[in-house]
Write a protein that binds this ligand. Structure first.
Ligand code: NAP
Ligand code: LUD
Length: 296
């Protein structure tokens, strides 16, 4: 088998950010309005701090105003909810994102349900999850699965009839990913920690999306020759030199010899997630002002 094509998430994300920026500038010329995104970070998890900084910086580069909010790890739930209520009312803020995970004493469910669904650029509010599940118009869709789908469709624009396997069933990645693939007319299987014969299930898949959070979990022998493999996993593993290295949920070197196409980690789904956040902010902005959905 020839070596797999590498799906360059970093490059596709760059194109997407440029397209968002053009649309933002056009809308600004026409209406003299600027989209805004509020990103809330609770606590000082170093990885979350990096992701949030990237989100704010890339917003500004795309002409979107960023409103960063940082709260201490021991903040009362009440105070976070009050902040969200304020952002819901703030007309400059079109998108609200509360970076996860939150400290244990705060109810993630309560926080996500407090965000106004039209400003829910993460698509984690139950109303948006429901809209996605029933195929209703106006759903805000989670950024990571949207990014994965864009990458898959770059390789294969028409997915009808393809067998897709989503490994992982979280509300933020696995379930919405499965919904999107189903909407593209794939035959979708969702696998998880209780799945029997995981390797056998994976081997059937023309499209394999891995979102388990376990380093190099999916082996080369699990992959159907020629399959499209999307690696969502972000795992930090120690190197011999005593530093940390980022690896995905797929044994990339093994997969390269079997898959038809594969997204790398880093440089795959991660940058796409952030680019899709800018896109979602633009969509939310357009909907709030009664403009047509953007063409990006
Ligand atoms: P999560 O909430 O921890 O869910 C993990 C899923 O994997 C669960 O459904 C779990 O099954 C399943 N799983 C765990 N161990 C398994 C095993 N041994 N066999 C089969 N299934 C197993 O994780 P998540 O939030 O979806 O994230 C998954 C990974 O993606 C993480 O590495 C995360 O850092 C990464 N991520 C990346 C991005 C990005 O933008 N690149 C965005 C979000 C997440 P059960 O349900 O049965 O427990
Ligand atoms: N919470 C996310 N928590 C974690 N990787 C991200 C992420 C970019 N509310 C909310 O942004 O969508 C979210 N909404 N998530 N994640 C994970 C998840 C959230 C993860 C990685 C990256 C966003 C990213 O840019 C780079 C890459 O894969 O190339 C590497 C960056 C590095 O750590 O070196």
């Amino acid at each position: 088998m020839a070596r797999a094509e590498i799906i360059d998430g970093k490059a596709i994300a760059k194109e997407l950010r440029r397209a968002v920026r053009e649309e933002v500038y056009q809308l600004h010329d026409q209406h003299h309005l600027t989209p805004g995104l509020a990103v809330v970070l609770v606590g000082d998890d170093p990885a979350s701090a990096i992701y949030v900084r990237n989100k704010n910086e890339q917003c500004e580069e795309a002409g979107i105003a960023s409103f960063p909010h940082r709260l201490p790890a021991d903040v009362r739930e009440e105070e976070l909810l009050t902040l969200i209520h304020g952002l819901n009312r703030d007309y400059r803020v079109n998108g609200i994102l509360v970076q996860l995970p939150l400290p244990d004493h705060i109810s993630t469910e309560k926080v996500l349900e407090t965000i106004d669904p039209v400003k829910d650029v993460d698509g984690f509010h139950i109303l948006n999850a429901g809209r996605l599940a029933v195929g209703a118009a106006g759903a805000m869709v989670p950024c990571t699965p949207v990014g994965c789908l864009i990458m898959i469709k770059r390789r294969t624009p028409d997915l009808a009839g393809y067998k897709a396997l989503v490994l992982g069933r979280s509300n933020i990645v696995g379930k919405p990913m499965a919904q999107l693939l189903l909407a593209e007319n794939c035959t979708v299987t969702i696998a998880h920690s209780k799945t029997d014969d995981l390797a056998g299930e994976c081997r059937q898949a023309d499209i394999l999306v891995a979102a388990v959070g376990r380093p190099r979990f999916v082996r080369g022998t699990w992959i159907k020759p020629g399959a499209i493999v999307i690696d969502v996993g972000i795992n930090r593993v120690p190197t011999e030199g005593g530093k940390n290295r980022l690896v995905g949920d797929v044994a990339f070197d093994e997969a390269l010899d079997v898959a038809g196409a594969i997204s790398p980690v880093p440089g795959g789904v991660g940058p796409m997630t952030v680019a899709c956040l800018l896109r979602s902010t633009l969509i939310a902005f357009c909907r709030q002002h009664g403009f047509d959905d953007p063409k990006v």
